[in-house]
Design a protein around this ligand. Structure first.
Ligand code: NAP
Length: 247
């Protein structure tokens, strides 16, 4: 029997845990940061909350006799991914990062690529008054700052849970992907969106907004992914399962 810890918080991690649970010689534990009030249902054991840095994670791996660590966190969750790489090295266990390919710009896309959500807020042209924020409810401060400078700006914000920071002159949509192209086209039109803020999440679940923006010639402030640590990586659940079976 091998014990696998999956660092989660993504749809891929949910699917991976469900797959692993069907393999008889695998015991799967999923780990969530605890950000979402009602996380998607997970097959297998679940633990919730931070570990206390890389050392805390290494202790957890050792104390719970984890054999394999699979990091299936969001590609923009840079800290936990670095912690996973360090902790698996300390605990001397196998480590894999499941990283879905990033979206690539195609003809017709009007992306302004930025390093962070802060840079995204600064990069939005002054003339833009209606902004759709899809970069998460945790990083709204930069838009609060922007709204002090441009008080007429109106924000549409979409996330699974309510944010802690409330933006003035804004509307909140509580929703969880996947979103269809039809839905995204309608939303961008209905709210007369002039710019979108997105992270380069990759995957299909939230790609429809990228297509809809292309069709409607709406610019996207595209927040780039942080640099990943060295180590073994795969891009799909199927590849992760094959990697595991070769150990
Ligand atoms: P982060 O900046 O990389 O991590 C911050 C801290 O949160 C970590 O140091 C760790 O605390 C804790 N943490 C993060 N993921 C964890 C997990 N799966 N299990 C246990 N502890 C975890 O991460 P983040 O950007 O805040 O994202 C938090 C979670 O939301 C991630 O699990 C990620 O998959 C998910 N998520 C993130 C985004 C995004 O855009 N960043 C989007 C969708 C989903 P300790 O140091 O105390 O261990």
């Amino acid at each position: 029997m091998k014990k696998v810890l999956v660092l989660g918080g993504t749809g891929d991690a949910v699917k991976l845990a469900a797959k692993l649970a069907t393999i008889p010689e695998i015991e799967v534990i999923s780990s969530l940061a605890g950000r979402t009030k009602k996380p998607a249902a997970l097959v297998g054991q679940v633990r919730i909350g931070g570990f206390g840095g890389a050392e805390g994670l290494a202790n957890y791996l050792q104390e719970n006799s984890i054999d394999i660590l699979i990091d299936a966190t969001h590609p923009c969750a840079g800290q936990i991914t670095h912690n996973g790489a360090i902790a698996s090295h300390i605990a001397n266990i196998s480590h894999l990062m499941l990283v879905r390919p990033q979206w690539e710009r195609v003809t017709g896309d009007n992306w302004i690529e930025v390093e962070s959500v802060e840079s995204a807020a600064k990069a939005i042209p002054e003339s833009v008054n209606r902004i759709f924020i899809t970069s998460g409810r945790q990083q709204l401060e930069p838009f609060l700052q922007r709204s002090h400078i441009y008080p007429k700006t109106w924000y549409l914000m979409r996330s699974i849970d309510l944010p802690d920071v409330e933006l003035p002159n804004s509307k909140m949509l509580l929703d969880r992907g996947p979103f269809s192209l039809e839905q995204e086209r309608k939303l961008l039109r209905d709210y007369q969106i002039q710019a979108i803020v997105s992270k380069n999440s990759g995957g299909n679940a939230t790609y429809a907004k990228i297509i809809a923006a292309r069709e409607l010639a709406i610019p996207i402030m595209m927040v780039q992914r942080p640099v990943m640590p060295e180590g073994e990586k795969v891009t799909s659940i199927e590849e992760a399962i094959s990697w595991l079976q070769k150990l």
